[in-house]
Design a protein around this ligand. Sequence first.
Ligand code: FES
Ligand code: FES
Length: 159
Amino acid sequence: MKISFKLNSELVTVDVDPLQPLLTTLRDELHMQAAKQGCGEGECGSCSVIMNNLMVNTCLIPTIQAKGAALVTLEGLRDTPKGQLVINALLEAKGVQCGFCTPSMVLALYHLLDNRTYADITPTDKQIRQALAGNLCRCTGYGMIVEAAKIAAKLWGEV
Ligand code: FES
Ligand code: FES
């Protein structure tokens, strides 16, 4: 079945089983490899992308659900000024961790900062940790990622 959606500002059409997980379609058909297959059960968040301005777990979403939607993956975000800001903040705070969790952490921080009601107010630790709640890392913890969110928040209006 042909399914079209917007992917990082480009209209794409795939011809796949409509029930195929969106993660498989992104990785195998569209060569978007930043989202990763971790648990495959909606628990870890390593497969996250932004769909219609919501963080979603693509391992659980059938591709048909993306029909007509707007998707943002790390590939689309990383060369934008605000995407770069989040990545640089993670580097500065030493919050870049493994290749499984980091892509979704970048997206989660971007989503949090981009959707603040008051863009000039730095989110609290609690708000940042809530925004990261769907993105698990059991290796190193979240302290440096929370710091990165604060660094990026302060510079958000300047890029
Ligand atoms: S792989 Fe999708 S939530 Fe873990
Ligand atoms: S899952 Fe990436 S560092 Fe823990």
